[in-house]
Design a protein around this ligand. Structure first.
Ligand SMILES: [Zn+2]
Ligand SMILES: [Zn+2]
Length: 138
């Protein structure tokens, strides 16, 4: 079996990483902490075996909150990884920082107890191929 290689990085390019391990699963997290840490209504996370990520360019800034560890880019703020020491065998890479996020489709959603009431109906909203009309413009 060939080795799986997953690469990713932050918005500004200061950080790059490689994960040499089997992709396990992806989820969408609605928890308050992920929402605040990302600025997004929910976050796609991909699970990989702990210790399988190597930073190939730069080193992240580490944030510790609620006994959990998050890495972000100290330059552009991209949220990159999440690690919960109570689940030591796994870590989570922010799916949207992987170079080909389409390869990691989520199979479930967690922390629905914190879900924004409008998040579940996002896919029913009008869709525009590119920019949406701005408010206050004819
Ligand atoms: Zn960056
Ligand atoms: Zn979360």
């Amino acid at each position: 079996m060939s080795e799986e290689i997953h690469t990713g990085g932050c918005l500004c390019g200061a950080l790059r990483y490689v994960i040499r391990a089997r992709f396990l699963q992806s989820t969408l997290c609605h928890c308050d902490d992920c929402r605040r840490a990302s600025g997004a209504p929910f976050v796609a996370w991909s699970f990989f075996p702990a210790g399988s990520l190597v930073w190939t360019k730069g080193l992240p800034k580490m944030l510790f909150h609620a006994n959990r560890e998050r890495s972000i880019c100290g330059d552009c703020g991209s949220p990159l990884t999440f690690y919960d020491p109570s689940i030591p065998q796994l870590f989570e890479a922010n799916t949207n920082t992987l170079d080909d996020p389409a390869r990691y489709p989520p199979v479930d959603q967690c922390w629905i107890c914190d879900e924004l009431p409008w998040a579940a109906t996002c896919h029913d909203l009008p869709r525009f191929e590119q920019a949406a009309p701005l408010p206050g413009q004819p």
